[in-house]
Write a protein that binds this ligand. Structure first.
Ligand code: C2E
Ligand code: CA
Ligand code: CA
Length: 277
């Protein structure tokens, strides 16, 4: 019995290692190719809870395989993190996010971009950010939001707090991603100079039928407000949850109900419609 279990386990490990190596190889090829083609960035609307108007967009990267299949980030971000390929990948995403915001600057207030702990720890990250912002003088840096997760505090060797202060000095805003899922969310809230909390979808989905979730969300929203921070509820899928979130005073909403992540052309059409409505 023990022997069988060992075998299953080692087979799973072999598959996992194999997948990671395959993912890494694909990612290297993608980064070597035309990045706009092989690593498209998609956008998901973030809407005002009060009006339903599209205010912002989260930038979410995809990978197009040589066979034309579109892969989600969970298929290649872990390998990118491990190998350091997240650095050129992250640079590409940031460039694309700003490029699209410039194009949409009259219809869209902000874009947010996910920044991995490893990227944040790079000494070149802040200079890169400063260069990109200098190259887009038509954008107020406030219109860029960097989304970071609590793991940045745990795994990073650099002083994350200090780095975030420097980034804020550029005028860029900071959002705490997946808020509530980490181990020390209150420490995180206290030590990081953030402007926005993103309530993780595990607290948001099914909110309307769950008094406990409602209490948690209300308390976190109260906390955010008292600290002068804005809030976005992630993973909003049902109308009933929208009502509950509005009642709790959540200013911004994101989720499949308002739109899945979509290619830029589709997002642009969505913005046009949102403007005419
Ligand atoms: P995240 O930052 O929490 O991004 C939100 C994820 O939730 C996205 O998945 C989005 O498609 C999904 N989502 C949004 N609304 C709903 C909903 O109503 N229901 C459900 N079930 N899901 C919803 P996606 O695009 O697969 O991205 C997964 C993760 O990959 C992201 O989680 C983020 O951590 C990472 N990621 C994506 N793009 C980048 C990037 O450019 N750089 C880095 N470092 N990480 C990225
Ligand atoms: Ca995010
Ligand atoms: Ca999130």
């Amino acid at each position: 019995n023990g022997g069988n279990r060992m075998k299953v386990f080692s087979d799973q490990m072999r598959v996992a290692v194999h997948e990671r190596i395959a993912g890494e190889k694909l990612l290297r090829q993608a980064l070597d190719g035309d990045r706009r083609q092989t690593l498209p960035v998609w956008f998901q609307p973030i809407v005002s809870a009060a009006t339903g108007e599209v205010m912002g967009a989260e930038t979410l990267v995809r990978m197009r395989t040589p066979e034309g299949e579109i892969l989600g980030p969970n298929r290649f971000i872990p390998a990118a993190e491990e190998t350091g390929l997240i650095v050129p990948l992250g640079e590409h995403v940031l460039i694309e996010a700003l490029r699209h915001l410039v194009a949409w600057r009259h219809e869209l207030r902000y874009v947010s971009v996910n920044v991995s702990p490893r990227q944040l720890a790079e000494p070149d990250f802040v200079p890169l950010l400063a260069d990109l912002l200098a190259a887009t003088p038509e954008l107020d840096p406030q219109r860029l939001i960097l989304e970071i997760t609590e793991t940045a505090l745990l795994v990073s060797s650099v002083d994350v707090q200090e780095r975030l202060e420097t980034i804020k000095g550029l005028g860029v805003r900071i959002a705490l991603d997946d808020f509530g899922t980490g181990y020390s969310s209150l420490t995180w809230l206290q030590s990081v100079p953030a402007d926005v909390v993103k309530l993780d979808r595990s607290f948001v989905a099914g909110l309307a039928d769950d008094p406990k979730k409602t209490s948690i969300i209300q308390a976190v929203l109260w906390l955010a407000r008292s600290l002068g921070m804005s809030a976005v509820a992630e993973g909003v899928e049902k109308e009933a949850d929208v009502a509950a979130l509005r009642e709790a005073g959540c200013p911004m909403l994101q989720g499949y109900l308002f739109g899945k992540p979509m290619p830029p052309e589709e997002f642009a059409a969505r913005l046009q419609r949102s403007r005419m409505a």
